[in-house]
Every structure is written in structure tokens, then in C-alpha cells.
Design a protein around this ligand. Structure first.
Ligand SMILES: [Zn+2]
Length: 372
């Protein structure tokens, strides 16, 4: 495992591995800087989950893994474009978040914390609750009041305390008010270790495909897009790839917080805010400027999609056999909107599982596929 420091993106101050506050003392977001000097690519086939890539991960005294990562990639040619769907919904709790949770909960365990606090639209809450349960750590999860029932039930099933806090943005504010000496804010929107976990998706793309030309991914707090950015940059530094794929961020109507930071925005018509893409209904992500920087520096852009396009894309994906949640379909909707300008290999991570949405007549999948 690699040496590292934690550094503030705003003031540049650095902290050692024992630092446990979620942000810099100046208020800035933190990042983990892994020392790649003398490090070479290598996969530990005997290790579980993302810890196969431990040579490139920050050194930790404990690993908490439920077997995340190593998700299949399926190629489909769509209108002449090679699309590679990476089935992130097959992770242990049904979303890519498990990559981040594995590392963030491992770090929490190393720090000896007894209770973690997290705010989430659902997927990260489920994931943190599961990994915390496995590590023997209490979890308290702040969620929007209109969280899909399947997601709510799963968080409760892992034994976490659940606080319904109004909107997604209100959940972010309330969790910060409840921080105390006795608990640890593991919040993925801030946590620098979380992105060290999600960066492993780029390593898997390298293992499976060597490189791709585009990555099209939904963005809320940006943990997946920043994971791709960090992972590909590390592969570039190690001399394993020669260029970084263009990162195309996808947001939904009413929640296009990146619009003011990204130069090029491709928009569908927005009459109202998204209801379907519940996993990306966040407007106050702390890392917004850095997500935008990654998109712009990669040569990518932002696409904003409406619910009509998401419904069409969702139907397409199920017709192809993919059990996805509506937010995953946002990325495919964006692909369909811009496909005429794409060439080469396009990677679309299918971020979350549709199995979390099958309960009740209020479920968006019920409404789209059954009726009512
Ligand atoms: Zn700072």
C-alpha cells in the first residue's frame, strides 16, 4: 500500500493519517494524495474487492470489504457506436458506492470510531450502513423524506438509524448540525477516502479494455466522476495509458448545478425538475468546482436530461436486460442525445440497481412498466 497525505484543495495545507475532521480547518475540501514514486502497477489476486489494487491505495491498518468491484463490462453496438456498459449495479449493495464505502469505512475502522454519520439520497446510505454493520460500527443515515421505500427498508435492514430530513439538500445541512465529539462524519460528498475507493473503477477499465474514448456518467456529489478522473490520472502517471477519456457529466432537470461551472452544456428541454432521477437530486455538492475542472480538463462537457428522456432510456436498458435504477438511465439518455458526435469506445457505468425500486405502486418502475 502507498504512503499518502491529506491535502486541502483550497489552501494547500496538509494533514497526516490521524486527521479525522471531514474538511480542512479553512473549510476547504480535502483530497488524498498517494505517493506513486517507486510504485508500479500490480494486482493482488488474493485480495478481496477493491483491495486487489492495494498497491495504488492509501495504506490502511484494516480492510473492510464485502467483495465490491470487479463488475462485468458488456459491449453493445448502438447506432454504430461501441458502448461498454459496466454493471456497477452488481456491487454488494447494488451500486458503485460500495467501492467508496469499502475504503471510507476501512479508514473509519482504523481511526477507531464507534458511530458514523452519513447523508444520502439512498444508495450511499445503504452502502455505508452495510459496510458499517460488517465492521461493527453504528451508522446514522440522513435521507430525503421522499426516499424510495425500497432504499429506506434496506438502510433499516442493515441496522442503521435513519433520519428523514426534508429535501436531499436539507439532509446535508442537518447532518452537519448533529456532529459531535462522539461521532464521525463519513459523508461521501466530503470524504477524501471515498474517492480513493471509487478510483478503482478506472483500474478495472484499464484491466478490461486498456482505454476508452468517453465516459458518460451521472453526477450528484461527483464521487464516481472524480474517481474516474483520479484513477485515469494515476494510470497516466504510471505510464500505462497515454490519454484520459473525455468525461461527460450527466445531470437532470432542476438539479444542473454544474451548468455554471462547465463551458459546454447540452440541454434537453426542462419544464420541471426530475422526479425519476432521485440519486442525483443534489445542488450543494462541496466538490462542484473540482468536478467541473475534471470535466473541462478531460475535454468533456455536461448533458442535462429530462424525465421523458430518462423514461425512454430506462425502457431501452430493460429491453437490453439491464436491471437498473432510473438514475442510471440518465446516463444512457445523455448518450442518446449526443451520440452523433461520439466515436470510438464509450463507457457507461450502470450505477445502481433497479431491484431497490420494485416495492409498491408508488415505485417509479411500477409507474413506467406496470402503469398507474
Ligand atoms: Zn484549507
Amino acid at each position: 500500500m502507498a504512503d499518502y497525505v491529506v491535502r486541502c484543495r483550497v489552501c494547500g495545507r496538509t494533514y497526516g493519517r490521524g486527521y479525522r475532521f471531514f474538511r480542512c480547518l479553512c473549510g476547504g475540501v480535502l483530497e488524498v494524495l498517494v505517493d506513486l514514486e517507486g510504485v508500479s502497477w500490480g494486482v493482488d489476486e488474493g485480495a478481496l474487492g477493491i483491495f486487489r489494487y492495494s498497491a495504488l491505495l492509501p495504506s490502511l491498518s484494516r480492510y473492510v470489504s464485502l467483495g465490491e468491484g470487479r463488475t462485468p463490462t458488456i459491449k453493445r453496438v448502438v447506432d454504430g457506436v461501441e458502448v461498454y456498459f459496466k454493471l456497477e449495479y452488481l456491487n454488494p449493495t447494488g451500486s458503485f458506492k460500495d467501492r467508496g464505502s469499502a475504503l471510507a469505512v476501512s479508514k473509519a475502522s482504523e481511526l477507531g470510531v464507534t458511530e458514523v454519520l452519513e447523508d444520502s439520497s439512498g444508495n450511499t446510505g445503504i452502502s455505508i450502513a452495510a459496510y458499517a454493520a460488517y465492521a461493527g460500527i453504528k451508522a446514522r443515515i440522513y435521507v430525503p423524506s421522499d426516499i424510495p421505500v425500497g432504499k429506506y427498508v434496506l438502510i433499516k435492514s442493515f441496522g442503521a438509524e435513519v433520519i428523514k430530513a426534508g429535501s436531499r439538500d436539507e439532509a446535508s445541512r442537518q447532518v452537519l448540525r448533529d456532529l459531535s465529539e462522539g461521532n464521525y462524519y463519513i459523508g461521501h460528498t466530503w470524504n477524501p477516502y471515498f474517492i480513493e475507493g471509487t478510483k478503482t473503477i478506472a483500474f478495472e477499465v484499464y484491466e478490461d479494455l486498456r482505454s476508452v474514448d468517453y465516459v458518460i456518467t451521472p453526477v450528484a456529489s461527483g464521487t464516481l466522476l472524480l474517481g474516474f478522473w483520479k484513477g485515469f490520472n494515476e494510470l497516466l502517471k504510471l505510464g500505462l495509458i497515454t490519454s484520459i477519456p473525455k468525461l461527460v457529466g450527466v445531470q437532470a432537470c432542476g438539479y444542473d448545478s454544474l451548468s455554471r461551472f462547465v463551458g459546454r452544456v447540452v440541454r434537453s428541454e426542462c419544464r420541471e425538475g426530475t422526479v425519476l432521477a432521485d440519486a442525483i437530486r443534489l445542488t450543494n455538492a462541496p466538490r462542484l468546482p473540482y468536478i467541473a475542472e475534471a470535466i473541462v480538463r478531460s475535454g468533456g462537457y455536461l448533458v442535462v436530461v429530462n424525465d421523458d428522456l430518462i423514461v425512454d432510456a430506462l425502457k431501452d436498458l430493460f429491453r437490453m436486460g439491464f436491471t437498473v435504477e432510473p438514475t442510471s438511465a440518465a446516463a444512457y439518455a445523455a448518450f442518446k442525445l449526443v451520440r452523433k458526435e461520439l466515436s470510438g469506445k464509450v463507457l457507461i457505468p450502470l450505477t445502481g440497481s433497479g431491484l431497490k425500486y420494485v416495492g409498491g405502486t408508488e415505485s417509479p418502475l411500477y409507474k413506467v412498466f406496470v402503469g398507474g
